[in-house]
Design a protein around this ligand. Structure first.
Ligand SMILES: Nc1nc2c(ncn2[C@@H]2O[C@H](COP(=O)(O)OP(=O)(O)OP(=O)(O)O)[C@@H](O)[C@H]2O)c(=O)[nH]1
Ligand SMILES: [Mg+2]
Length: 264
């Protein structure tokens, strides 16, 4: 008997803060997917006071496909997500699916992201391509998304419709190339920072339609300050990553290996 080709290792990476009401069901729903893959789930929790981390640790003790990364350092969607990506690579992921821990990103779309990842380096779950939907969101949230989306697409000249989608599937090579140690986001802006670096590196990006639904349970961590921070960070990224190198001045020092200088 000969062994067939090894199925790709897929790690669903979920950053969490106070998602105790959602995380158990979500991890179970992801693992219940019938996929031709070696599927794992990694939850990057910031020592949530509601015990999210403990729930995942208990699941991890019972199932080797579940991994709990509980950070006790400075809290942040950015720092948590970056640590989660690093841990996913250390687990040997061929593909990493990043998703929120509140059911806004529905596990049923994961097979569609994976199917499209054969033809793209990064696949985004998109609300704004034909077939996509932004369901049940309050008017002011829709307005915020529209403003951010229009602003960022123009600022970065991104050929992407859903720039702030945090439901996406990375080929391993993309996460290796973006240099996870050279990201400056602490908060939600990490979603944009990684997308922008991926684009500047010349990787292919494809969008597939998803239905985005309101969080199932629990409270939002997105407030006006977080939104303002994201917009300010967006301007910072443009300066940091897209500025052409000055003539006769080879880049040196930390953060000098900028995307526009190397191609995949
Ligand atoms: N590790 C970590 N994860 C976080 C942090 N803040 C938010 N998250 C997670 O990041 C994901 C997105 O956060 P949400 O609060 O859902 O933000 P949102 O989707 O913009 O807002 P709503 O869905 O309307 O609540 C969720 O899985 C959160 O639990 C944090 O400080 N650290
Ligand atoms: Mg959410």
């Amino acid at each position: 008997m000969t062994d067939g080709p090894r199925p790709p290792r897929v790690v669903a990476m979920i950053p969490t803060y106070n998602e105790a009401e959602n995380i158990g069901d979500l991890v179970a729903a992801v693992l219940a997917l019938a996929l031709p893959a070696d599927l794992h789930v990694l939850v990057a929790d910031d020592d949530s006071p509601d015990g999210t981390g403990r729930i995942v640790e208990a699941m991890a003790a019972a199932d080797p496909r579940v991994h709990a990364l509980v950070r006790r350092k400075r809290r942040g969607r950015g720092a948590g997500g970056i640590a989660g990506f690093k841990a996913s690579l250390a687990l040997g992921a061929d593909l990493v699916v990043e998703m929120d821990g509140d059911f806004s990103h529905q596990p049923r779309h994961i097979p569609e992201l994976l199917a499209a990842s054969g033809g793209a380096d990064l696949v985004l779950g998109s609300r704004f391509v034909p077939g996509g939907r932004d369901a049940e969101r309050g008017l002011h949230r829709r307005l915020i998304t529209l403003v951010v989306r229009t602003y960022i697409r123009r600022l970065y000249r991104l050929p992407v419709r859903d720039v702030s989608s945090g439901f996406r599937c990375f080929q391993r090579r993309v996460l290796e190339a973006v240099d996870l140690d050279d990201l400056i986001s602490v908060g939600q802006s990490v979603v944009l920072e990684i997308l922008y670096k991926t684009h500047l590196l010349g990787f292919s990006i494809r969008e597939v339609p998803i239905e985005f639904v309101d969080r199932k349970r629990g409270r939002t961590k997105l407030d006006f300050l977080a939104l303002l921070e994201t917009l300010l960070m967006a301007v910072k990224f443009k300066k940091r990553y897209a500025a052409p190198p000055r003539p006769g001045k080879p880049p040196t020092g930390p953060g000098s290996a900028r995307p526009h200088m190397s191609l995949p």
